[in-house]
Design a protein around this ligand. Structure first.
Ligand code: DX5
Ligand code: ZN
Length: 213
């Protein structure tokens, strides 16, 4: 499957986000935007207005780490802000099917994510309804954490079930860990600190891509 690189702008310099995005744009496939509500995870990040202010031709891959994607209005505000795909967590507190319906009604793609402790069978009812599955390889909330290889068997199993599905991996991805993730079957690669932590972002992305081959 084609490898897609999705830099997570959580690790970018937020005071000059558009400059940061310009730098990664030519060599990236998606822009990964982490939305956190201070409840599902402790931090609060990326308001819809900030997402809207990001100017890019690349699709915005919005990862909702929130307890109530519907009730708290995140799906509505993020789709208004220009999301191309919205991924919700299986562990959230709203109804998953209703959330997908709402996302689809906005004419955009829908994804589902699971945290490291969550078993793959929890998302069995949804994998035929989504455009992407996001397997978290760290506990969500913060950039710069260590990759958890224990999640690799979930990717392998899912890839066996769904040969053509976009499987995204998020957390602790660098030019070493990306190899394991891709070997297991992931094809959408999120990376924050391993890209924006480098002075030469283009080189960091090229190295990730080369390692993923
Ligand atoms: C973590 C976020 C990730 C994070 C990745 O909760 O969902 O997208 O920004 O950052 P790194 O690549 O540094 O682990
Ligand atoms: Zn994320």
């Amino acid at each position: 499957m084609r490898i897609k690189i999705a830099p997570s702008i959580l690790s970018a310099d937020r005071t000059k986000l558009n400059e940061e995005v310009k730098e990664i744009e030519p060599c990236s496939d998606l822009i990964h935007v982490d939305v956190m509500d201070g409840k599902f995870v402790p931090p609060v990040t990326f308001k819809a207005s900030e997402i809207k202010a990001v100017k890019s031709k690349l699709p915005k891959d919005v990862h909702l780490m929130v307890q109530h994607p519907i009730k708290d209005g995140f799906i509505g505000s993020c789709s208004d802000a220009g999301a191309s795909i919205i991924t919700i967590h299986e562990e959230c507190r709203d109804n998953i099917d209703e959330a997908f319906k709402l996302i689809k009604s906005r004419g955009i793609k829908a994804g589902i994510s699971i945290n490291p402790p969550t078993h793959l069978d929890k998302i069995n009812p949804y994998i035929d309804k989504v455009d992407m599955v996001l397997i978290m390889s760290v506990n969500p909330g913060y950039a710069g954490q260590k990759f958890m290889p224990d999640v690799l068997p979930k990717i392998k199993e899912l890839r066996k079930l769904k040969p053509n599905l976009d499987i995204e991996i998020d957390g602790g991805i660098n030019k070493e860990t990306v190899k394991q993730a891709v070997k297991a079957g992931a094809n959408v690669i999120v990376a924050g600190s391993s890209i924006f932590g480098q002075k030469d972002r283009k080189k960091a992305i090229e190295e990730l891509r080369a390692a993923a081959k």
